[in-house]
Design a protein around this ligand. Structure first.
Ligand code: SAJ
Length: 439
């Protein structure tokens, strides 16, 4: 066995290893605290001085990470944070949890991975273990990270340093499946890399699932999120079909969901939001394009999902027209603008597209969202209405975009003139009420 592998395994098992986590966002901070709770000394590295200061003051800025935990770990000397990437030379292992967004052109933006890799290269030394967690296309760890690290270095991967990919599976706001108990896939460049990085993560996580390569691990994550995106696209198209057929798509889906096997329920909506599901699959289709292959399911689902905001606005126009009203000049109250219920995240939220389209059609648009007091996005400058029930009764039509749990849907139904419910949030009462239209 390589001497570096032997030394690292010992350090992981006796928790004397020092861990760096690059990127202290919704993946990196939870991971840092989990390693800290397992007994490791952890350094959170992030270019954002505010995040670094917050951690060192013992304060959490991530909903899933209790401030008390950060405070405890910092007080015990188990967790600290810095903007200084050179601290990498003081650690035994590095997890890279940096963003992988899309550029405006729709191409992957790998700049954060490249920056992290450049910093790692400066401080690469024998005995370092590295895990990339950021969602990316198959081949990134080998073609981008390893190639960059190996350039001009005589260190051998799998002997002198160890490199693996392990997709993050964090679902912000979820309490049943956490960083500790969600099974973690781990694929190394070499078997030694898989072994070393699996043993490292097994000290803190309940289940580590080793796979044979970084590409398998990268592709696993993309299958998980492409599965969701394509199935959401399917039920969105089903909503379009059922509308033409005059069939209640919600009743159809509920009935199909009574099948105890071979079916998984997804529900239609105003579009696909979030920083994972709408974006990750496009990393895959982009990579396949470079191999002269068109990922047709991904492209079609993306087309349908991105078309839903415009479909919602058209349905609203038809609904108002049925009540001798034009969208132009009508007061429309949008309920819920976060990308999914009970969180304050606006990223890729379809509500932003819906509101922009409504403003283009000269509707008088207002919104309410208990998690988002102010909406500042491109040309949108709105504040959440202060008095919900007054706003509901004054609106020509209430447009339910995000079905936050705290809304009293029976009160909304009672006070509203008209409701277009894109989430079937009102439920059975809504179906039976003439002033409610369902997507
Ligand atoms: N959506 C629908 N219909 C559905 C499900 C979702 O329209 O049936 C919409 C949501 O409104 C939202 C978007 O899709 O706008 C994404 O929703 P999501 O439930 O997939 O939530 P996310 O984006 O927070 O996805 C995360 C993912 N976690 C990671 O990628 C690490 C995903 O893998 C999780 O499965 C998902 O949470 C989850 O299960 O909640």
């Amino acid at each position: 066995m390589s001497e570096h592998k032997e030394k690292l395994l010992k350090k992981f098992k006796d928790k004397t290893a020092v861990i760096a986590v690059l990127g202290q966002g919704y993946v990196g901070l939870p991971l840092a605290t989990v390693f800290g709770e397992a007994g490791f000394t952890v350094i959170g590295i992030d270019p954002d001085q505010q995040k670094v200061d917050s951690i060192n003051e013992g304060k959490s800025y991530i909903e899933d990470v209790p401030t008390e935990l950060v405070e405890k770990l910092v007080a015990e000397g188990k967790l600290s944070a810095t903007t200084d990437f050179s601290k990498i030379k003081e650690v035994d292992a590095v997890s890279i949890c940096v963003p992988t967004p899309l550029r405006k052109t729709g191409d992957p933006d790998l700049s954060f991975i490249l920056t992290a890799t450049e910093e790692l290269k400066k401080h690469l030394y024998p005995g370092l273990a590295i895990v990339l967690e950021s969602t990316t296309y198959p081949g990134t760890t080998r073609e981008l990270v390893l190639d960059n690290l190996s350039q001009g270095s005589d260190l051998q991967v799998g002997e002198d340093f160890f490199l693996a990919f392990s997709p993050e599976r964090v679902d912000p706001g979820r309490e049943d499946w956490t960083t500790v108990n969600t099974p973690k896939v781990m694929g190394g460049i070499t078997p030694n890399c898989s072994d070393v990085c699996a043993v490292w993560y097994e000290q803190a996580l309940e289940t580590v699932v080793k796979v044979t390569s970084t590409e398998v691990a990268e592709m696993t994550k993309l299958l998980e999120n492409t599965f969701r995106m394509v199935n959401i696209g399917l039920v969105n198209e089903l909503a379009l079909m059922c509308n033409r057929l005059g069939v209640d798509v919600w009743e159809v889906i509920d009935a199909a969901a009574t099948k105890p096997f071979g079916f998984m329920k997804f529900t239609p909506g105003p579009g696909l939001g979030g920083h994972c599901i709408p974006i990750d699959p496009l990393y895959l289709s982009w990579k396949l394009k470079s191999l002269n292959y068109t990922a047709r399911f991904i492209e079609l689902a993306s087309e349908i999902n991105t078309g839903m905001p415009r479909y919602v606005v058209n349905r609203l126009m038809e609904f108002l027209n049925d009540h001798a009203k034009s969208l132009n000049g009508s007061k429309i109250l949008v309920l819920g603008v976060a990308y999914k219920p009970d969180i304050d995240d606006l990223r890729e939220s379809p509500a932003l597209d819906v509101i922009s389209l409504l403003q283009e059609k000269k509707a008088e648009v207002s919104y309410h969202d208990p998690f988002i007091p102010q909406l500042r996005h491109e040309t949108i400058e709105l504040d959440s209405v202060p008095n919900l029930m007054d706003a509901i009764s004054e609106a020509d039509c209430v447009l339910i975009i995000t079905d936050h749990t705290e809304y009293e849907y029976s009160d909304i139904l009672k006070n509203a003139n008209l409701v277009l419910d894109t989430r079937n949030a009102i439920g059975e009462k809504g179906r039976l009420n003439d002033k409610v239209e369902l997507l």
